[in-house]
Design a protein. Structure first.
Lengths: 432, 174
């Protein structure tokens, strides 16, 4: 027996070590899932020792590099700071206008949600943290941040950036925490496609891709569609950007489902600072409410200004129209010999008649010297001429009826002036 | 010019390392492995702990020491990653044992030999990781792209050669 052990001691040591690790793996695999504690006590302790041994060095090197980088960029390399400041001011102004445009819809949406008693989870509190290290393996996509349970972090809290979600907290230690990225093979999240509103489950993969593999083929799903969190996993609040659909193909392993690959909204490979959502609430946070109120006030001010401008333009148009009517009714304002060529000639097809149609006086049956249009123009009169020379007064009564009857068409081809003698001599319409 | 030559099995087994080197070099490899992918994400393809495991195993030429070194480095690597502790530990235990056994049989100081053993051990490591995840843990979604693993093995072999030459200076002859 002793010789057997001596002879095969190398192999026996190997088998013993492999056996011990296999048992350890079995214990970890068979452990019931506890959302608040991803690992058992002994495993957590082992991880804690390892993290405690490595994290101080990571903090040191991260701090050294951070200070070096930011010392240069914050105090030396400020060449474009003023231009950036101007650009940011312009962007703020643009975003305020966008906010004003969307605030009414948001207020209406909140009112409808309140009416329907929808349960919402708005981000109420976040903790900013810096990434100080990684797991070092491309088969395990884990980051280490410089905040831990002392800062109020707990397992399964969502980690985001302004661009989109990053992952969730896995193990939380007193001064550091593990972030499980959404492209890790053990990650998952409930998502919804923004335009089709299809709900799906997102998974990571060993190759670092983000996949959806529980949807059947649907012609409405197109590349480029945005994917948002659905809130159904109780980790990520609803409506946070996840990414966009990059490709759609048939899943060879799970027919007839499709394999939808996403392009993450946040750059998961170059993360410096992240936000951990430490609290949600059913109503909008106070700053958001304030922003919404500001947006609504801006929208109202914009609407009032637009209405005032419209009223002013309408008043100007009305005043202009009245002036045109008056000008049209005042013959002296127009020179018939030199008509305004810029203005459309009244009476031409399609040309508007300023002031509407001025009715022509009905021809009288027996015209006399007082009849409208019977007086010749002053230019034709001679001082001291006999009244008998006035043909109007001696015009005979109409004797024939074969002349075309006058119509009600106004004399719009010429500016109105006292009618000439020949018109007055025409026979009037026979009375019925 | 003095040349280093080994004429007996006893001479081959005489390499050892100071405790500081034996502890700090694996820790440094794990630390670098955790730090480098943050500024340079592409460097996550490296596996510095495996390079160190192979180096110590073939240098000590003691299968038990190689197994224990591989297990310790693998478990430490597992404890910093996800999800189960023991996957890398088992793979590196096996590699440490085989590397030490090979070190007894052949001359691992030769450059060509080093290229072959490094490339072979990286492929073996990928295969063991796949086997443990797919068969032992029953993770059917665990896939490995073998072309990527070949590329990884080639890159790590290229990185391992200068590291081996660097660590040769830390050997202590008894």
């Amino acid at each position: 027996m002793e010789s057997f052990v001596t002879r095969f001691k190398n192999v026996l040591v190997l088998v013993a070590i492999l056996l011990a690790q296999t048992i350890g793996l079995a214990v970890q695999v068979r452990r019931p899932v506890d959302p608040g504690a991803p690992d058992g006590t002994s495993v957590t302790l082992l991880r804690y020792w390892a993290v405690s041994a490595v994290t101080p060095f990571e903090r040191f090197f991260h701090g050294f590099g951070y200070n070096l980088r930011h010392g240069w960029s914050n105090y030396v390399d400020l060449r474009h700071a003023r231009q950036q400041n101007r650009d940011l001011q312009e962007e703020i102004a643009r975003l305020r206008l966008e906010q004003a445009a969307l605030s009414e819809d948001a207020i209406q949406g909140h009112r409808l949600q309140a009416l329907l008693d929808f349960q919402q989870h708005y981000v109420a509190a976040t903790v900013a943290a810096q990434v100080i290290g990684t797991s070092g393996s491309d088969l395990s996509r884990i980051l280490y941040i410089d905040k831990g349970s002392k800062d109020g972090l707990k397992p399964d809290q969502a980690v985001i950036t302004p661009d989109g979600i990053i992952g969730k907290l896995r193990d939380v230690f007193p001064h550091t925490a593990q972030v499980l990225l959404i492209n890790d093979q053990s990650s998952g999240a409930g998502v919804v496609l923004s335009s089709t509103r299809l709900r799906a489950i997102l998974r990571g993969s060993t190759t670092g891709q983000i996949l959806i593999n529980n949807l059947t083929p649907d012609s409405r799903i197109k590349p480029g569609e945005q994917v948002l969190t659905s809130g159904g996993d109780q980790v990520y609040p609803r409506g946070l950007p996840v990414g966009t659909i990059e490709s759609i193909k048939t899943d060879p392993d799970h027919q007839p489902y499709t394999l939808i690959q996403l392009q993450p909204a946040a750059n998961l490979n170059q993360l410096e600072e992240v936000l951990i959502i430490t609290g949600t609430q059913p109503t909008l946070p106070l700053p958001a409410q304030h922003d919404l109120a500001v947006g609504a006030a801006t929208a109202e001010a914009q609407a009032a200004a637009a209405k005032q401008l419209a009223d002013q333009q309408a008043a100007e148009a009305a005043a202009k129209s009245a002036a045109q009517i008056v000008a049209d009714r005042l013959p002296s304002l127009h020179d018939p010999d030199h008509p305004d060529t810029n203005q459309p000639t009244p009476g031409t097809p399609g040309a508007p008649v300023p002031g509407g149609v001025v009715p022509k006086p009905v021809p009288t049956i027996r015209p006399d010297r007082y009849t409208s249009g019977s007086t010749p123009p002053a230019a034709d009169l001679k001082p001291g001429a006999a009244e008998r020379n006035n043909p109007t007064t001696i015009a005979p009564p109409p004797t024939t009826t074969n002349q075309p009857p006058p119509t009600d068409q106004p004399a719009t081809t010429k500016p109105r002036k006292p009618q000439p003698q020949t018109d007055a001599a025409q026979p009037p319409n026979p009375q019925p | 010019m003095a040349t280093r030559s080994y004429t007996s099995r006893r001479e081959l087994e005489q390499h050892s390392f100071s405790p500081a080197v034996a502890i700090l070099v694996p820790l440094g490899a794990i630390l670098l492995q955790a730090l480098l992918p943050k500024p340079f994400p592409k460097l996550s393809i490296l596996d510095l702990p495996l390079i160190v495991t192979v180096f110590f195993a073939v240098s000590r030429r003691n299968p038990i020491a190689g197994t224990l070194t591989g297990a310790a480095i693998g478990l430490l690597q597992d404890s910093l990653s996800n999800p189960f502790i023991g996957v890398n530990g088992m793979a590196k235990s096996v590699i440490g044992y085989i590397a030490a056994s090979i070190g007894i049989q052949i001359d691992v100081e030769n450059l060509t030999t080093r290229i072959f053993i490094n490339f072979g051990f990286f492929i073996l490591n990928s295969f063991l990781i796949f086997l443990i995840n797919h068969r032992l843990l029953g993770n059917a979604n665990f896939h490995i792209q073998w072309l990527h693993e070949l590329l990884r093995a080639a890159i790590n072999t290229a990185v391992a050669l200068p590291i081996f030459f660097l660590l040769d200076n830390t050997k202590r002859r008894e």
